[in-house]
Write a protein that binds this ligand. Sequence first.
Ligand code: SF4
Ligand code: MG
Length: 332
Amino acid sequence: MSLLEVTDLTKHYPVRQGIVMARQVGTVRAVDGVSFRIERGETLALVGESGCGKSTTARLVLRLIEPTSGTVRFDGQEVSGAALRTLRRRVQVVFQDPYASLNPRLRVGETIAEPMEVHGIGDAKSREARVQELLRLVGLAPFHAQRYPHEFSGGQRQRIGIARALAVQPDLIVCDEPVSALDVSIQAQVVNLLKDLQRQFGLSYLFIAHDLAVVRHMADRVAVMYLGQIVETAPKRDLFAAPRHPYTRALLRAIPHPDPRRRGQVTPLGGDVPSPMNPPSGCRFHTRCPFVQDICRKEEPVLRDIAAGTRVACHLADTLPPFEAEIGEGLS
Ligand code: SF4
Ligand code: MG
């Protein structure tokens, strides 16, 4: 049984117009039929360009917003009613912006202790001891508990956010772009901290990111989202070595190659992301896909197994040229 099982999740927002917003003129399909699982101790990275529905998916998993349809099962239980309380403790979150996510009027110790208070864990004295322990776990000196968020750097604030997420001993932490707001030099430290904590406590992560270089360090498996849907899921190694979906290939070509001899071969992703209000017919990627055929404009491809652990939503997934050949390996 998977720790988290998300099935056919959708979030549609009505778009209204008029003086009293009475007239519905369309529907934004922010998340449109998303399914995935996360196993215990595993990191699933959810990647894609901004606006593809990653953060909305994260908020649906956390039940910060209600889904339009679909289910979330946590540890075998469908999340609703009484199970929601369990979810609120066992699934924690680390947000992107360590400047905005900490209450500036609370001392760091209070911020970290707050989830324990909310869930009625321990008394004031034991919570204080736990705060000290948590600060040490994230690499900060215990005396920092008395300080305020503004006295810390971005990287330190993100460590505080991680300590707060750990306070109630969660099984799963949703990390929504946890290092995107940090300097590159600090990013690796925070990613390594998350990995250390995962090993120590057997944590699972839903790791939201647009930066594939970070995902390469962090993920066990990757799910690629485009316009509210997952278009490819694969073990990390397979996804980076042999991406199947044309969108995944385009994303990979847009980052510097880890092999310095091939650093020059960076192709920015062309074209604009279409509106999620009127997504293209058939395959949503067809307006930007170099392999597009007639069928792509007419029929929506479904996510299907095409290799062990790899699922792809593309009509031509079995017939595309290998990724290496496509970018002309051997030319450099
Ligand atoms: Fe490209 Fe067609 Fe595959 Fe969509 S289904 S990704 S348009 S080849
Ligand atoms: Mg986002």
